[in-house]
Design a protein around this ligand. Structure first.
Ligand SMILES: *Cc1c(COP(=O)(O)O)cnc(C)c1O
Length: 358
């Protein structure tokens, strides 16, 4: 039996989408073969790929100024692909360090480009998100990189920074959770396995103008502009994940688009944070305005109860609530695929657990 899956990633996928994929897995659309057995350059697959891309463009209202790429290597590969492509544009690059993922991005970039840490909350254990007005942007940097939703700490920046430089964002754990003004960014990237679909696919949304300025001496496979020229089929793409993501995009569309998910996601997160704040048993110390709507981190005031909490939640079909090993405690990831009912069930359980042990 499928449980309520709070995994941070790979994360829950809507059951109706999994069923749809299951139904057509043996034979895709009278082709005589499964979608995973068809060449990526066939008419039948090209249509799947194009439709998936067009649906994403429609959902996110991606302007014509931007290209959408379906790549591999995960978000982590972007940590090096970005500096490789754009280090020729300036003396250094600005990185805002607000949690584990943006720190990793900065560390990896520093092997390829001179990195200026524009702001960092590391000495406060990432308990606050550095205020945009305090970011120290260098004069001759190539770009500014930040991560608006830190999946591990559960801390987020909800406003888009106003910066007069190419702005790049790791949106792995927040993309498609709400409408987004894509035009404000020069590059957005996201590993698919949080809020898009199965692992193996990385979405990159990139300003076409910027893309052309990338270092032309790089091997093709590392250049955004080459991927674009080849329609993301420079080599065999992750065909199953690309197709699967297309099914999720259709689900988003028929559910009511990103306005629908924004309202739903706010409602789910508010419910859960309100419950945590009202209890003396659970705690989340982040400022309300900086709390993630996707990854709700919390601690039990008595750490000794952690393993009982995890055992008993699992017995109640509430899965994968263990926080990341770096920060401990608990984390409930409530991406688009988590229905409100799952959050209600979690709160019910947390309340009963509190009555039993509090
Ligand atoms: C999960 C995650 C990553 C790592 O993604 P991979 O696809 O495994 O490389 C990077 N950044 C953020 C914000 C994440 O949530």
């Amino acid at each position: 039996m499928r449980g309520w899956n709070f995994s941070a990633g790979p994360a829950a996928i809507p059951q109706e989408v999994i069923k749809e994929v299951q139904e057509e897995l043996l034979e895709y659309n009278s082709s005589g073969a499964s979608i995973i057995e068809i060449g990526h350059r066939t008419d039948i697959y090209s249509q799947v790929a194009e439709e998936s891309k067009n649906d994403l463009i429609e959902i996110l209202k991606i302007p014509n100024s931007h290209e959408v790429l379906f790549l591999q290597g995960g978000a982590t590969h972007q940590f090096s692909m970005i500096p490789l492509n754009f280090r020729n544009m300036g003396n250094n690059a600005d990185y805002v360090v607000s949690g584990t993922w943006s720190k990793k991005a900065a560390d990896e970039a520093s092997k390829l480009i001179d990195v200026n840490i524009s702001a960092s909350s590391e000495n406060m254990s990432f308990s606050v998100f550095p205020k945009c007005s305090d970011w120290d942007i260098s004069k001759h940097s190539s770009y500014v990189h930040y991560c608006p939703n830190e999946t591990i700490q559960g801390i987020a920046m909800h406003e888009i920074p106003k910066i007069d430089k190419p702005l790049m964002a790791d949106m792995t754990s927040v993309i498609l959770s709400q409408p987004l003004d894509v035009s404000k960014f020069d590059l957005i990237y996201a590993g698919a396995q949080k809020n898009i679909g199965p692992a193996g696919l990385t979405i990159v949304i990139i300003s076409k103008e910027l893309m052309e300025k990338g270092d032309s001496s790089l091997p093709k496979i590392l250049r955004y502009s080459e991927h674009s020229k080849a329609n993301s089929m420079l080599n065999t793409p992750p065909t199953f994940s690309w197709y699967f993501a297309g099914k999720v995009f259709k689900w988003i569309k028929r559910s009511g688009g990103l306005d629908y998910f924004e309202a739903l996601n706010k409602k789910k997160a508010e419910k859960l944070y309100d419950f945590i704040d009202s209890s003396d048993f659970y705690v989340n110390n982040l400022q309300k305005s900086q709390r993630s709507l996707m990854n709700v981190t919390f601690n039990l005031k008595n750490d000794d109860l952690n393993s009982s909490f995890l055992d008993e939640s699992k017995a109640n079909s509430l899965l994968n609530l263990k926080g990341h090993a770096l920060v401990g405690g608990m984390r409930a990831s409530i991406y688009n695929a988590m229905p409100e009912e799952g959050v209600t069930k979690l709160i019910q359980f947390m309340s009963e657990f509190e009555s039993k042990y509090g």
